[in-house]
Design a protein around this ligand. Structure first.
Ligand code: F6P
Length: 547
C-alpha cells in the first residue's frame, strides 16, 4: 500500500477540527487563565531565547502539531540530512550545510569517507586568504594594500553574505571596506564603482556555477574597466572566485589558488557559512568567522538532538504550519529590531520562498494545500510607521517573528531601551489588542452617537500572533544561531509538506526566456510572444537611446 499524503492522514483532519474548535480563543484570555504560559512556552539556549507564547495555540495544539511532525517522519528526515543521505532527490545530492559548521575534531562519513578534513581544508584556505588581504600581505598588482572588497554574486551568492556582513558591521576591519553588487541593472555596479578605487579593490566573483548571467555580466564589465587601467595579467591579483567551475574561473584569468570551492552538497541559499562567506571573512577575520560557525553549530546540535516539543526550529516551523495551513494565513512577517539586520528579511525571503515555494511533492504529485508562505518584513521601528497599521487593525491574520537584541553595539543605551520597548509594546499590543470596553471608557465624555461611530475605529482586536526571538547581543556567535534557526525551520516545513526544499526549478524558466528576449530588443525583427510582450518590446525599441 502506498504511503498516505500528509493531508490524507488522521492527524491532518484532527488539526483542522482542532482549529475549528479553538479559533474563538483569544490570547488575552489564554494568558489571563494561565500565569505559567510564558514559562511553558519559551525555550532558551545560553543568551538566545525563543518566546512562542503569544500564539493562538494551547498545549493540545502543540501536541497535535508534534504528532503531525512524527507522522511526516521528521526525526527520520533529520537523521537522513545529518548523515549525508541524498535527500535533494531531484538533483541527487546530499544536503550538508551543517557539515560546514562541524568542529575540526568531528567525523562525518559520507559514502565511506570522512568529509570533515576536506571541509576544514577549504575553510582554512578561504580564511587564510581573507586574513592575508586584511593584513596587507597580499597586495595589488602595483604592490599596494587592498582598500576595498567587492562581491559580485546574486541570490544565495549575495543575500546571505551581504546580510551577515551588514549585521556584523561593528566587527569589521576599519582599513577594508566590503561592498556587494548583485543586480544586472548597471546602476548597482556604477554606484559601487563611484565609491571605490578600482586599482586597490579585490573583486570576488561569487558564483557556485560560474554561469549565472547577471554575475558574469558584472564580472566582465569590471574586468574590462580594470584592464583599461592595468595590464591584463593584473586580473590574477585583483580577482578571486568562489565557485565549483574551476575551468570557467581559470578561463576568466583567476589562478587556482584564488578559487575557493563550495561543496556540491551546499545549496546556494544555504551557503553563507561556506566559502561564499569570503567577503564576510575579509570584513571580520578568521576568529570572528569561526565564532559564527560555532553559533550555527550550536543551533545545529540543538536541532538534531532536542526533543521535538522543545526544539526551536521545529517549534517555529510547526507554529508556522498551524497558521499557513490550518488558518490559511498567506504571509509571514520577519521584523528585526536591529538596524544591522535590516537585510535579514530579504535573506529569509530567498531561503524560505525559493525552498518551499512549490506546489508539487518530492514525488511529483500536485499538493492540494497551501505550502510556503509569502515572507516579508522590514526593520523595526521604521516599519511601525509603515505597515503596522495593517497588522493592528487590518482584516488579515499575519503571524510574525520579532527579532530583538538586548544589548546594542554602540554606546547609546537610551536608543537601545527605546528600541526594545517598542518591540515589546508591539508584540503585546498585537496579542492583547484594546478591548471595546476600554475604548468605550476613553470616549465616555463624547455624545453617544459620536462614541458609537468612533468606538469600532479605535478598537484593536488583538489576537495577532507573534514569536519573539531575543539575543543577548548581535555577536557572530548569536548571528550564527539565528541563521541556522531559520535554515532548519524551512527544512522542517518542507518535510511536513512533502516538498524537496533544496532544488529551485521554477527560477530557471525566467532565465531561459530572458536569453531569448534580449537580442529582440536590439533587432527590428517582428516578435510573436503575446500582444503585451510584443507591445512592450516595440515601445522599448521606439524609446531606447543607444549608448
Ligand atoms: O536564484 C537562483 C539561483 O540558482 C540561486 O539558487 C543561487 O543562489 C543563485 O541563483 C546564484 O547561483 P550561482 O552561485 O551559481 O551564481
Amino acid at each position: 500500500m502506498s504511503k498516505l499524503a500528509i493531508n490524507e492522514t488522521v492527524i491532518w483532519a484532527q488539526l483542522h477540527q482542532h482549529q475549528r474548535a479553538t479559533r474563538h480563543l483569544h490570547m488575552r484570555d489564554l494568558f489571563a487563565d494561565n500565569p505559567q504560559r510564558f514559562a511553558q512556552m519559551h525555550e532558551q539556549l545560553d543568551g538566545f531565547l525563543l518566546d512562542y507564547s503569544k500564539n493562538r495555540i494551547t498545549e493540545e495544539t502543540l501536541n497535535l502539531l508534534v504528532e503531525l511532525a512524527e507522522t511526516a517522519e521528521l526525526p527520520q528526515w533529520m537523521r537522513r540530512m545529518c548523515c549525508g543521505e541524498k535527500i535533494n532527490d531531484s538533483e541527487s545530492r546530499a544536503v550538508l550545510h551543517t557539515a560546514l559548521r562541524l568542529p575540526a575534531s568531528a567525523t562525518l562519513e559520507v559514502d565511506g569517507e570522512n568529509i570533515v578534513p576536506q571541509v576544514q581544508h577549504e575553510l582554512n584556505r578561504a580564511l587564510d586568504f581573507a586574513e592575508n588581504i586584511r593584513s596587507g600581505s597580499l597586495k595589488t598588482s602595483r604592490g599596494e594594500i587592498f582598500t576595498d572588497v567587492v562581491n559580485l554574486g546574486i541570490g544565495g551568492s549575495d543575500l546571505g553574505p551581504q546580510t551577515l556582513t551588514q549585521a556584523l558591521r561593528p566587527y569589521h576591519a576599519p582599513q577594508l571596506n566590503v561592498h556587494f553588487v548583485a543586480n544586472v541593472d548597471g546602476t548597482d555596479l556604477a554606484q559601487v564603482l563611484e565609491k571605490i578605487n578600482l586599482v586597490t579593490t579585490l573583486f570576488i566573483i561569487s558564483s557556485k556555477s560560474f554561469t549565472t548571467p547577471e554575475t558574469l555580466l558584472n564580472a566582465h564589465a569590471v574586468r574590462e574597466r580594470l584592464c583599461a587601467q592595468l595590464p591584463e595579467e593584473a586580473v590574477a591579483q585583483h580577482f578571486a572566485a568562489v565557485s565549483n567551475n574551476l575551468d570557467a574561473a581559470a578561463a576568466f584569468g583567476i589562478p587556482r589558488e584564488r578559487v575557493f570551492t563550495v561543496f556540491e552538497w551546499v545549496g546556494g541559499r544555504y551557503s553563507a557559512t561556506s566559502a561564499i562567506g569570503l567577503p564576510l571573512m575579509c570584513a571580520i577575520g578568521a576568529e570572528r568567522f569561526r565564532e559564527l560557525l560555532a553559533g550555527a553549530h550550536a543551533m545545529d546540535e540543538h536541532f538534531f538532538h532536542a526533543p521535538l516539543r522543545h526544539n526551536m526550529p521545529v517549534l517555529l516551523a510547526l507554529i508556522g504550519i498551524w497558521y499557513n495551513t490550518f488558518y490559511r494565513a498567506h504571509s509571514h512577517a520577519v521584523i528585526p529590531y536591529h538596524h544591522g539586520l535590516r537585510r535579514f528579511p530579504a535573506h529569509i525571503q530567498q531561503l524560505d520562498m525559493e525552498s518551499n515555494g512549490k506546489q508539487t511533492s518530492r514525488h511529483g504529485d500536485y499538493l492540494d494545500f497551501d505550502t510556503g508562505p509569502i515572507i516579508w518584513g522590514e526593520a523595526g521601528v521604521n516599519c511601525q510607521h509603515a505597515f503596522f497599521q495593517l497588522l493592528h487593525q487590518g482584516s488579515r491574520l499575519i503571524p510574525s517573528d520579532f527579532i530583538v537584541v538586548v544589548n546594542g553595539d554602540y554606546d547609546n543605551d537610551v536608543h537601545q531601551k527605546t528600541l526594545v520597548a517598542n518591540a515589546l509594546a508591539q508584540t503585546r499590543a498585537l496579542m492583547a489588542g484594546k478591548s471595546e470596553a476600554q475604548v468605550y471608557r476613553e470616549l465616555a465624555d463624547l455624545p453617544a452617537m459620536r462614541r458609537d461611530e468612533l468606538m469600532p475605529q479605535k478598537h484593536f482586536p488583538g489576537n495577532q500572533p507573534s514569536n519573539t526571538i531575543m539575543l543577548e547581543r548581535l555577536t557572530p556567535y548569536y548571528l550564527g544561531m539565528l541563521l541556522a534557526l531559520y535554515e532548519h525551520k524551512v527544512f522542517v516545513q518542507g518535510v511536513i509538506w512533502g516538498i524537496n526544499s533544496f532544488d529551485q526549478w521554477g527560477v530557471e524558466y525566467g532565465k531561459v526566456l530572458a536569453r531569448d528576449i534580449a537580442p529582440k530588443l536590439d533587432s527590428t525583427d517582428s516578435t510573436a510572444y503575446d500582444a503585451s510582450t510584443d507591445g512592450l518590446i516595440r515601445f522599448f525599441r521606439q524609446h531606447h537611446e543607444h549608448a
